[in-house]
Every structure is written in structure tokens, then in C-alpha cells.
Design a binder for this molecule. Sequence first.
Ligand SMILES: [Fe+2]
Ligand SMILES: [Fe+2]
Length: 159
Amino acid sequence: MQFNEEALKFLNLGISAEISAYVFYKHAAAVLQDKALKETILKIAGDEKEHFLSLEDVYDRNVRSEMWAPYKDILNKPGLPDIDELIQDTHKELLAKIRKIATKRDVLEMGLSLEKEAFELYSNASAKASHPEVRKVFDFLVGFERSHVELFEMELAAL
Ligand SMILES: [Fe+2]
Ligand SMILES: [Fe+2]
């Protein structure tokens, strides 16, 4: 199966967005005192890890590439493994922002903005996808990220 440039572009953007979100949630969970929210955030980190693996799987089955291989090696491990060292170069900006996260509101606001970005990315990707398999993956992710957006909106409203 051959994907066009557009599909590959969105797959790459998605993979990168999932890695960022995963790393953010792992750090965010560490600063949260609220036990219930901490658990929710770790569950979302697990969702983003699965999203990374689904996208990487589609990418890998269609384009044999070493591009995401180091991330896959680590994220394929059970639980929520650490990938900080690996992301130093590619996600410097994100790590800088994460260091400023101190309160529950900071976590919720940054989470909401990451989820909105992901939702828009996949909505756009789905609308432009001509390949049914690719569209199916993006549609699945649209639904998932919508539920993440709603979750953060609810938590922020309850503050
Ligand atoms: Fe995701
Ligand atoms: Fe998400």
C-alpha cells in the first residue's frame, strides 16, 4: 500500500504530537497533589502512548523507516516508560514549558491546549485522507481527542 505525501505528513505530525502529549502528562502527573486527577492524567498518558503506537504501526507498515524506531523501542515497554533523554533535542520547547508547570490549573490549561491541537490535527488529517485505512485511524483519534478535550473542559469548569 502506498500513501501519498499528505498522509505521511499527517502521520508524522500525529506521531510527534502524541510523543509530546505523552511526555507532558508524565511530567504533569508528578506535580499534581490531587490523587484522582493524577490518576486521570496517567490514564491519558497511557492513551497517548497507544495512539503513538497505532500511528507508528501504520507508518511502519507502509514506509519502512528508522525515523520513529527509538521511540517505539521504549514506548513498546509495558507501563509508562521514561523517554525524556530521547526527546531532549526534538522537544526542547515543550520541556521548557513543562518546567513552568506548577499548579493544577497550569496542568489543565496546557492539557486542554494540547488536546485541542490534537483534535484539530486529526480532524484536518481525516478530511484530507484519501486512503480508507489512514482515514479510519484518524477518525478513531478524532473521537479520542474529543473526549480528552471534554475531560479538561469539565475539570477546568470545576476549579
Ligand atoms: Fe492522542
Ligand atoms: Fe489526547
